[in-house]
Design a protein around this ligand. Structure first.
Ligand code: PLP
Length: 370
């Protein structure tokens, strides 16, 4: 280790960097394949709404100008879609930045942030780099959040709890009844953040209704993203819905231009097309049905999911499954780095054709015909 590396904060020295899903271009280059379907990063399979793309073509002529640090137009759009005031929403450079700002706001040395495992790996990464404040609680035997165990994990040092609902990478979810019983027992000085990155895909009526619950629990907030149903992953924009108090506190720690000009424009226009969100929710349900029945026909088990992905496991462990699927032209997400063992993998809904390409390729691999 160099002298410089020895000066790095002790809790950061052996932190492993986040492993993202492979970009399509990289796989194509490596394997010389023509057609590749990427079902590995829970992206929506089509580009952003056409109205968004059109608006961006104009916005791109003003790249020399800083973005609006006060998000004026974006707040107009958000407050007409959601039952909130302008002071109850905070935008960020992706939902990921929102999560980071929350840890930054709440956690100093000796404090604790509670989250589930396996869940979104960013919580652990952020907590470790903020004075090693992470406390992870295993999912229950149904791969759902174990809310009782999470309550038991709360101590005087707990400042923040992340509940990824529905959970990435399992797709499982907690119901409103379960969640309310949990919230009733969480101390009011502990901030509970629902990570609702997939909320637009949810169809189960028992899912927690954030806008009703927030009036009951002042210590509740919801993180959301434009990266999934809105197809804006490349632009990096997400937000937090919360009380004026929490949003006001976060305003102090954010960078003035944390939501860039193109992202703000795109998000503003995207919000104005909720009809398209509803269409995509239905298309996604059909995609899940197609994937689920195709996987079951191949003998693969799946977990219930309210997201745009399934966690699945082949009937028997398959050597080099991920690489063999790659050679069949399908990128999925192996679950080793999520702590779910090497046997299972996560696959998200593509177009009907992409889903078929993936299922055909998986079938060939499982039958040893690859
Ligand atoms: C995608 C995702 C996010 C946010 O992603 P951004 O691209 O940073 O907006 C947050 N949490 C979970 C669980 C996600 O899957």
């Amino acid at each position: 280790m160099s002298k410089l590396s020895e000066r790095v904060r002790v809790e950061l020295r052996d932190l492993a960097p986040y492993k993202p899903g492979k970009p399509i271009e990289e796989v194509q280059r490596e394997l010389g394949l023509e057609r590749i379907v990427k079902l590995a990063s829970n992206e929506y399979p089509e580009n952003a709404f056409p109205e968004v793309v059109e608006a961006l073509q104009k916005e791109i002529l003003e790249l020399n100008r800083y973005p609006d640090a006060t998000w004026h137009e974006l707040l107009d759009a958000a407050t007409s879609v959601y039952p909130i005031t302008r002071g109850e929403i905070l935008f960020g450079n992706g939902g990921n930045e929102i999560l980071e700002l929350l840890v930054h706001l709440m956690c100093g040395p000796g404090d604790e942030v509670v989250y589930a495992h396996p869940s979104f790996p960013i919580y652990g990464l952020l907590a470790r780099s903020h004075f090693d404040t992470g406390v992870s609680v295993p999912l229950d035997s149904d791969q759902k959040h174990d809310l009782q165990a999470m309550l038991d994990a709360i101590t005087e040092r707990t400042r923040l709890i992340f509940i990824c609902n529905p959970n990435n990478p399992t797709g499982t979810w907690v119901t409103e009844t379960e969640f309310v019983a949990f919230m009733e027992k969480v101390p009011e000085d502990v901030l509970v953040v629902l990570d609702e990155a997939y909320v637009e895909f949810v169809t189960d009526p028992r899912f927690p209704r954030f806008f009703e619950l927030r009036t009951r629990f002042a210590n509740l907030a919801s993180m959301r993203s434009f990266s999934k149903v809105y197809s804006l992953a490349a632009l990096r924009i997400g937000y937090l819905l919360g009380s004026e108090e929490v949003v006001g506190l976060l305003q102090r720690v954010r960078q003035p231009f944390n939501a860039n000009r193109l992202a703000q424009r795109a998000a503003t226009v995207a919000l104005q097309h909720q009809d398209r969100v509803a269409e995509r929710r239905e298309a996604n349900s059909r995609g899940l049905d197609q994937l689920r029945s195709g996987l079951h026909d191949l003998g693969c088990a799946t977990l219930p999911s309210q997201t745009n992905f399934l966690l699945t496991r082949p009937p028997e462990p398959v050597d080099d499954l991920f690489d063999r699927l790659l050679r069949q032209g399908a990128i999925v997400r192996p679950m080793g780095s999520f702590g779910l063992g090497e046997g299972s993998f996560r696959v998200n809904t593509g177009t009907a054709e992409e889903n078929r390409i993936f299922l055909d390729g998986l079938g060939r691999v499982l039958r040893g015909e690859d």
